[in-house]
Design a protein around this ligand. Structure first.
Ligand code: HEC
Length: 161
């Protein structure tokens, strides 16, 4: 009887030890995954802004050429980048000013939907002013955005083909 109890106790101990080992292994796996996750490359706010700058310039030339499909694509890219900023730049306090751009995006979407050049120009001015308003609100007033006077790239045709 004593032997049996000892045997059961031994088995239980062994099982516990095993479980402890497993938990430790799991924890070290989690730690190593966490450290890999921490080192994963994420674009910063400035990088998203560089992308937005390019789409802002392309949007202007698309609208100038009344290439509404391209204009729609470019404003969509700006919107996507803004959504990504909300997702990936949570550590930047400046993003609380981001919603100020929404009316300008809505206005641009409306101009494009109506294929209206006059509305497009007005919306583009509003969009550009909002970029600058946010830069001022976030102490980045030295990043001044304006309506471009030459296409940002020479290897893309902005006309409707
Ligand atoms: C949250 C408000 C906000 C809005 C809206 C905003 N920006 Fe910015 N922008 C910033 C901040 C903050 C920085 C500085 C980022 C950094 O620290 O690298 C910046 C930086 C920039 C830069 C400098 C990037 C570089 O490395 O040269 C450009 C260009 C830029 N923004 C373009 C735009 C354009 C174009 C728009 C409008 C379509 C816009 N931004 C709208 C906040 C904003």
């Amino acid at each position: 009887m004593r032997l049996a109890i000892l045997f059961v106790a031994f088995c239980l101990l062994a099982a516990c030890g095993q479980k402890g080992d497993n938990t430790m292994q799991l924890q070290s796996k989690i730690d190593s995954l966490q450290s890999r996750l921490d080192k994963t490359y994420k674009p910063g706010l400035g990088e998203f802004m560089l992308g937005i700058q390019m789409h802002h310039a392309k949007l202007w030339f698309a609208g100038e050429a009344q290439n509404w499909k391209l204009a729609d694509f470019e404003i969509g890219e700006i919107k996507e980048a803004l959504d990504d900023i909300n997702e990936y730049c949570k550590d930047r306090t400046e993003i609380k000013s981001l919603p100020m751009i929404e009316p300008a995006i809505d206005s641009m979407n409306n101009a494009i939907r109506q294929k209206n050049s006059q509305l497009f120009k007005g919306s583009f001015a509003l969009l550009t002013n909002t970029c600058n308003n946010c830069h001022r609100a976030t102490n980045h007033e030295f990043n001044v955005i304006r309506i471009p006077d030459s296409p940002p790239v020479s290897n893309q045709d902005f006309k409707v083909n």
